[in-house]
Structure formats: structure tokens, C-alpha cells
Design a protein around this ligand. Structure first.
Ligand SMILES: CC(C)(COP(=O)(O)OP(=O)(O)OC[C@H]1O[C@@H](n2cnc3c(N)ncnc32)[C@H](O)[C@@H]1OP(=O)(O)O)[C@@H](O)C(=O)NCCC(=O)NCCS
Length: 160
């Protein structure tokens, strides 16, 4: 019997990825993606991942090739102050610099549907800061010692 190879390589990826709404069935793949993209300090625990995949008022979008999740973005609506927050965003290392994060961000902004979108990022995360600046975000605040380990958060905002 011929052996099947289910792994996805960048060469196969081309532009044949798409963005879909995620749900609780994506927990295992999201957990794997988070572990591949974040240090243990920043990797979300079980209940946070379940929350973003199930709770009302949240946006959850995945970038996929076939059945394989290669990227994810989560967002939260805060209607009381007319803001949406992007709470997590990651793309697997082999699939970066293809515009996938930018596409996820734009779809999430639309789904949040708020006049202002905010997010926070470690001040040392140059890749993410580069992405947010490319996407039109501007620095609006700085939270000292926000992250585990004592690093400051930079808060970016985009008005729509
Ligand atoms: C940050 C991250 C999501 C970017 O994903 P990506 O799919 O590679 O980003 P894109 O291909 O959409 O990049 C779009 C633009 O953002 C900027 N950008 C992206 N990665 C960058 C990098 N490493 N350095 C500088 N600019 C970068 C560039 O302007 C890029 O356009 P270009 O490739 O034409 O130059 C990805 O690096 C990642 O998952 N990192 C680990 C998790 C993380 O830090 N998430 C953010 C938490 S706040």
C-alpha cells in the first residue's frame, strides 16, 4: 500500500491558503500552532484557548491549507468603548512573509467592526511591530512591565 504524507511544506503552500472561521474543534491545532510560535511565557493556557474559540463577542479566524491550520488570529469586541482588540496572532514559521498575517489582520478588523482597533505587543517583537506599522497602526500607549519577565507592552491603534 502506498504511504501517504500528510505534512505540508512551504513549497506546497504557494497561495493556496484560505481564511476560515475557527471553532472549538480547532483546539488541538491551535494549541500546536501557539507552541510553535510563542515562548512558554506567552503561550496561552487551555482555558484561554477554549475561550477564544467559543465565547460570544470574540472573533476567531484561521488560515488553512486544506485541513491544516497555518495561522490564527483572535479578537475581542469591546462595544462599551467602541474598540476592538486583537488578542492573539500567529503564523507558523515556514509560512511567514507571504502576507498571511496581514490578511488575517484585515479580516479580523472587518469582523470586529469597531471604529478603533487596538493591540499590544512586546517592545522587542520587531516582526510583529513591523507588521502592525505596515497595516497602518500607530503607537498610542506603553504599559511598563506588562509581560511575564518584566518587558513593556507597546499599544498600537488603527482608526477606521
Ligand atoms: C508577526 C507574525 C504574525 C507575522 O506573520 P507573517 O505572516 O510573516 O506576516 P506577513 O507576511 O503578513 O507580513 C506583512 C508585512 O509585515 C511586516 N513584517 C512581517 N514580518 C516582519 C519581520 N520579521 N520583520 C520586519 N517586518 C515584518 C513586513 O512589512 C511584511 O511585508 P513584506 O513581507 O512585504 O516586507 C509572525 O512573525 C509570527 O507569528 N510571529 C510569532 C508570533 C507573534 O509574535 N505574534 C504577534 C504577537 S503580538
Amino acid at each position: 500500500m502506498q504511504e501517504r504524507n500528510h505534512s505540508i511544506t512551504p513549497k506546497q503552500s504557494g497561495s493556496n491558503w484560505s481564511i476560515q472561521i475557527a471553532n472549538w474543534r480547532d483546539y488541538a491545532q491551535l494549541n500546536t500552532l501557539e507552541k510553535a510560535c510563542f515562548t512558554p511565557n506567552d503561550h496561552w493556557p487551555f482555558w484561554d484557548l477554549i475561550g477564544i474559540l467559543t465565547l460570544p463577542g470574540y472573533v476567531r479566524l484561521k488560515a488553512v491549507i486544506g485541513e491544516h491550520m497555518i495561522g490564527f488570529i483572535g479578537g475581542e469586541k469591546k462595544p462599551a468603548n467602541q474598540r476592538g482588540w486583537v488578542t492573539t496572532l500567529a503564523v507558523l514559521p515556514d509560512f511567514r512573509r507571504k502576507g498571511i498575517a496581514l490578511a488575517l489582520l484585515e479580516r479580523c478588523e472587518d469582523a470586529l467592526g469597531m471604529p478603533a482597533i487596538r493591540l499590544s505587543v512586546r517592545e522587542s517583537n520587531h516582526a510583529a511591530i513591523g507588521l502592525y506599522q505596515t497595516a497602518g497602526y500607530q503607537l498610542v500607549d506603553r504599559w511598563e512591565r506588562y509581560y511575564t519577565g518584566g518587558e513593556a507592552a507597546l499599544v498600537f491603534e488603527k482608526r477606521r
